[in-house]
Design a binder for this molecule. Structure first.
Ligand SMILES: [Mg+2]
Length: 220
């Protein structure tokens, strides 16, 4: 876990979902590969050829953007797949229940955090996929706001979904902290919006969050 900043007054925690509220590299890989497969079919091209074209695009993008990562949704936009299509593909093709299961440790953690903070999810997956994922993990009742790709029709990193989450929680951005496993996608922009930011290595770091926030509070 890397804590960048935590606001002095903390009212809401805005979580990324995939790779943050669960750790499952195989499922994360599946989500990427399944969309590439769909794009390959659209282009009447092979999977490997399409995957290589995407990789080359990402590499070029990073080189011209100070080595930052670009989200898959934005990569697909560059390949002619609209955000609306990305939303539909993900809704149809992703079945979190095939990979994930209830996580009692996460349930305990989020229920504890929920007593002190508003909790939100901001994900580049559609809200439907987020709801299914949170339901499988057993934490769907913990969140005040779920902001997905279909909420603002833009992919993170973009200010709109983060500001929407803060708004739905009824708090100002400066009292939020954004948490996620990818700095460029989940943390960098919220920091520029005046939010706090925490990069996690996976859900194992989220389990430790209650204690870390409590310690920070006591040391302030
Ligand atoms: Mg993630």
């Amino acid at each position: 876990m890397k804590i960048y900043t935590i606001p002095d007054t903390l009212e809401a925690l805005i979580f990324d979902m995939d790779g943050t509220l669960y750790t499952h590299p195989e499922y994360v890989r599946f989500q990427i590969d399944r969309l590439i497969q769909e794009l390959a079919a659209r282009r009447c091209a092979g999977f490997t050829e399409t995957a290589e074209a995407i990789e080359a695009y990402r590499k070029n993008w990073a080189e011209s953007h100070n080595n930052q990562q670009v989200s898959l949704g934005n990569v697909f936009k560059a390949f002619g797949v609209s955000i609306e299509e990305s939303i539909r593909w993900r809704e149809e093709l992703y079945h979190p229940e095939a990979y994930l299961k209830a996580d009692p440790k996460l349930q305990k953690t989020l229920r504890t955090l929920k007593a002190s903070y508003k909790l939100a999810v901001v994900t580049n997956n559609p809200v439907l996929v987020a709801q299914k994922t949170l339901s499988v993990l057993g934490v769907e009742d913990c969140f005040t706001a779920i902001v997905g790709l279909d909420t603002c029709k833009v992919s993170k990193p973009h200010s709109a979904p983060f500001l929407k989450a803060a708004g739905w929680c009824g708090v100002s951005p400066e009292t939020c902290v954004a948490l996620g496993d990818r700095y460029d996608i989940d943390v960098s922009l919220p920091l520029r919006l005046g939010m706090g930011g925490v990069q996690v290595d996976g859900v194992e770091d989220v389990y430790l969050l209650g204690d870390r926030l409590m310690n920070l509070r006591q040391s302030n």
